[in-house]
Design a protein around this ligand. Structure first.
Ligand SMILES: *Cc1c(COP(=O)(O)O)cnc(C)c1O
Length: 410
């Protein structure tokens, strides 16, 4: 089989270049200053981006930061997370979701995922709530909203905050609400690999004035501001510098203008691949929940490893050899990382795990563990494909399926 070469997805065009040039020519590459006064909230591009972002997503506030990982940090800091607290997170997600609590001395508590959507499971969240639970970080994994309405209602009954890690699901919807706008805070990513990007970058959305201000303070040396602003509760206002630059904001503004176009092209690619690969034995396409839209950051097929010679790893290897780029390793349960197995995070003495009884062992999240050997992922955000190329990918997949599928005789 002739190996395909695929065109990479590049969303940066003349408008982004013009935006960067405009900022360069202004000479002001950052408008931030870490002390009381006008410049505490950044320069014109930052403020325009925040205004345009909150208006597009229908939320009161948007707070820009330099990454989604930083966004999770300011979000957890703003709600008052502290040593000994527990933060419930899904076992299957990108590692940043589970690292943010550690910086505030809190520990992540892993909930399992739903078998059909791979998103965090409401019932296992409820089982893990204790008197120490401060927040739930809900991840809208692969581009599909988690059960946002149900989880936020449940959390409210328990007095627990909900933070959405929406890095993978820009403009996905649950009902008529955008993911990233349902929880108390929603964190978006603008890193190079996401649907839209500015190289690096992150944005936190909230409808709360108080959380917005606290996130702004943590982003930008809050310790200097509390006195002149008359802020009494100085918890977690040891500030960082997590500020976005003017050029980054200028690029992000152009990307936001075209977000629908960029995401729809990714969804189109995923939809065409799914249609071409339906009814293949041993291969389950992703399920999209009723009433939800999926933005397909990752297109994940669930493979029955027992039905393929060499299992999912051989399948991935042959597909890659023939030009169908895919990977399998994304979805190890996070509690199998050394940081949790060895309980070493900050300093030598096991802080913050030494404040907690929370255990990290095999068997904790069976559905998450089952994905390890059964998920095959394709990245629609990495490629710009026409119909002919998409059909070639389908052809390759079907050929390799024929080659490795173990035919069962009746
Ligand atoms: C990409 C990603 C992040 C981190 O985003 P950065 O902007 O690179 O910090 C966090 N969570 C999830 C689920 C992601 O996919």
């Amino acid at each position: 089989m002739k190996k395909l070469t695929l065109k990479p997805y590049r969303s940066i065009g003349p408008d982004e270049i013009a935006a960067v040039t405009r900022v360069m020519e202004s000479g002001m590459l950052s408008g931030f200053y870490g002390s009381y006064g006008e410049q505490f909230l950044g320069g014109p591009e930052i403020r325009d981006l925040e205004r345009e972002w909150s208006s597009f997503f229908g939320v009161k506030h948007a707070v820009t930061v330099n990454s989604a990982a930083s966004g999770l940090l300011v979000a957890l800091g703003s709600i008052g997370t502290g040593p000994g607290d527990e933060v419930i997170v899904p076992a299957t997600t990108m590692s940043a979701t589970a690292m943010a609590p550690l910086i505030y001395g809190a520990v992540p508590v892993f909930a399992d995922i739903n078998r059909d959507t791979y998103n965090i499971c409401l019932a296992t969240i409820e089982e893990r709530i204790t008197a120490r639970t401060k927040a739930i970080i809900v991840v809208n994994l692969f581009g599909q909203p988690a059960d946002l309405d149900a989880i936020t209602r449940m959390a409210r009954l328990h007095g627990i905050y909900v933070i959405e890690d929406n890095a993978q699901a820009i403009i996905a919807k649950e009902g008529d609400r955008f993911s990233g706008t349902v929880g108390d805070i929603g964190v978006f990513s603008l890193n190079y690999h996401k649907h839209i990007h500015s190289g690096e970058g992150g944005i936190c959305c909230t409808n709360s004035d108080a959380l917005c201000l606290r996130m702004q303070l943590i982003r930008n040396h809050g310790e200097n501001l509390v006195d002149p602003m008359g802020i009494e509760d100085i918890t977690n206002l040891v500030g960082f510098n997590l500020r976005m630059t003017e050029m980054t904001a200028a690029v992000a503004r152009v990307q936001l203008k075209n977000v629908t176009k960029h995401v729809e092209a990714r969804v189109y690619q995923a939809t065409r691949l799914i249609a071409g690969l339906k009814n293949l034995p041993g291969v389950d396409p992703p399920m999209v929940k009723n009433g939800c839209s999926h933005s397909f950051y990752i297109l994940a097929f669930r493979i029955d490893p027992a039905q393929f010679r060499g299992g999912v790893s051989r399948l991935a290897e042959r597909l890659n050899e023939c030009g169908f780029p895919c990977f399998t390793g994304y979805v190890k349960p996070l509690y199998t990382l050394p940081v949790f197995k060895r309980r070493i995070a900050i300093g030598q003495r096991g802080f913050p795990f030494n404040l907690s009884e929370v255990k990290y062992e095999e068997g904790l999240c069976p559905e998450s563990e089952a994905l390890r050997d059964s998920l095959l992922c394709f990245e629609p955000c990495a490629y710009e494909l026409n119909d002919e190329e998409l059909d070639s990918l389908v052809f390759i997949f079907r050929e390799i399926h024929r080659e490795l599928y173990i035919v069962k005789h009746a």
